[in-house]
Design a protein around this ligand. Structure first.
Ligand SMILES: [Zn+2]
Ligand SMILES: [Zn+2]
Length: 274
């Protein structure tokens, strides 16, 4: 199996995905990816909390169609790459959503789950309204408290998704989310990731809020605290971004001291040398 991994991508089964799943897999194969993880959006936080996206309901991924297609492709490409049919869950404290996520896990048994915070108190932090009337400190702290809470989600998950998502589209001149800004809170979050043996995702879709998220200072702190489980994610929503900036992320991880990437696979973990 190739040492190249990209675990957390989206195809057009997700409302904001651009490329059909079969073309995503073909591109990953052409790039020589060994473990390719697709994680379509399951935004049950939106459903449970009635969150709208620019005034409209977000279309939900068709779970039955997605998992059927992914399983067929998984078998068809088994000699070339390990296709992981996963899911990205949008965390909310709302128990209605937890019940829906647990049902999805029972029905479709995703190969891995990324647990991500996109919404805080009914607002997606991608959109401007979340920041209205908040200082950078207030807005980022509100998001980080939700990330801390998400670690205790009652459903099974493997990866803590894109810590720093709040900074991707924030309206501040200096958008960077730094360890030193919330050191005590970050220590609680990173300690929680380590204690639960979850995988900390390094996501190369930083969108200008750093080349990747979390930033190198946070990765260094995680390593110093004993954290060794990291994954690489392009978070590609089209085939052209698969493995985007992977070389930069690998170099940064090596500089901190990491030697392996961790790939979750049906409850097991593959430690792939960097
Ligand atoms: Zn996400
Ligand atoms: Zn994603």
């Amino acid at each position: 199996m190739s040492m190249i991994t990209d675990v957390h991508t989206h195809s057009s089964f997700s409302a904001d995905g651009k490329t059909p799943l079969c073309d995503m897999v073909a591109r990953a194969e052409a790039l020589g990816v060994g473990y390719f993880g697709v994680s379509e959006h399951f935004d049950y936080d939106y459903l449970a909390d009635g969150v709208l996206c620019e005034g409209k309901q977000v279309p939900m991924t068709d779970a039955a169609a997605y998992f059927a297609a992914a399983r067929t492709l998984q078998r068809g490409h088994a000699d070339k790459l390990r296709l992981l049919a996963g899911a990205e869950f949008g965390y909310t404290p709302n128990e209605k959503a937890h019940t829906m996520y647990e049902a999805l896990i029972r029905t479709y048994a995703p190969d891995f789950v990324v647990n991500s915070v996109h919404t805080v108190d009914g607002a997606d932090v991608w959109f401007g309204e979340y920041f209205t009337g908040k200082t950078k400190r207030q807005a980022y702290r509100g998001y980080l408290l939700r990330v801390l809470e998400s670690l205790s989600a009652p459903y099974a998950y493997d990866i803590v998704g894109h810590i720093g998502y709040v900074a991707r589209n924030a309206p501040y001149e200096d958008r960077l989310l730094r360890y030193e800004d919330e050191a005590a809170l970050f220590d609680e979050i990173l300690g929680g990731v380590i204690a639960r043996q979850k995988i900390l995702e390094v996501n190369s879709s930083g969108r200008g809020a750093g080349d990747f998220i979390p930033n190198p200072d946070l990765l260094a702190r995680y390593f110093a605290m004993g954290g060794r489980l990291v994954s690489f994610a392009s978070d590609a929503h089209d085939a052209a971004r698969i493995c985007d900036k992977r070389g930069d992320v690998v170099a940064a991880l090596r500089a901190v001291g990491f030697t392996h990437i961790c790939v979750p696979d049906c409850g097991k973990r593959h430690m792939v040398a960097l």
